[in-house]
Design a protein around this ligand. Structure first.
Ligand code: COA
Length: 146
């Protein structure tokens, strides 16, 4: 499987939004992706299709992962891990050490991914998510930079 990692573009938005809607019970509105273009939004491209995307926000040496999703038919093939590894390459060059994210308490697939990547749980945000209302697990990772 050959993948390309690049910045998200306007032309990706329809595919990105389709994946978003098939992935979440409380998807981001499509406008969020347009507004998010000023941040670090990336896609993994397989062939000519969007296989997954990751939206991040960097402030100084901190990076928050605001969204990540992989096309349902392409899951469990390492695409989410690939998106993180490629993001690290970019953020390492900017001396970013600290990563933060939130995950629904019941989202075992995403939670397992973050544990595999070395994240640990640092807190709970009560009732953070809607549709259905659910707690968020807050996780962080500190990367050792050379
Ligand atoms: C979570 C998600 C992004 C993972 O994407 P993916 O490309 O399938 O993940 P990968 O193939 O890179 O998996 C890497 C590791 O994550 C864990 N993992 C991924 N999916 C899992 C699942 N369904 N059950 C258990 N562990 C899982 C495993 O540890 C896996 O490593 P392994 O395959 O060697 O066991 C994907 O399931 C998804 O898009 N879910 C819907 C959107 C979502 O929940 N996003 C996260 C919001 S916080």
């Amino acid at each position: 499987m050959s993948l390309e990692f690049r910045k998200m573009r306007e032309e990706d938005l329809d595919e990105v939004y389709e994946i978003e809607q098939s992935s979440f019970s409380d998807p981001w509105p499509q406008e969020f992706f347009k507004l998010d273009f000023m941040h670090d939004d990336y896609v993994a491209i397989q062939g000519k299709q969007v296989a997954g995307y990751l939206c991040a926000l960097q402030v100084l040496d901190e990076c928050t992962i605001a969204n990540i999703s992989v096309k349902p038919s392409l899951r469990r093939q390492g695409i989410a891990e690939y998106l993180f590894q490629e993001l690290y390459k970019i953020m390492d060059k900017r001396d970013v050490r600290f990563y933060y994210l939130e995950v629904r308490a019941s989202n075992t697939a995403a939670y397992s991914l973050y544990i595999k990547l070395g994240f640990s749980q640092i807190g709970i945000r009560k009732g953070y998510y809607h549709n259905p209302v659910e707690d968020a697990v807050v996780m962080s990772l500190e990367r050792k930079l050379n």
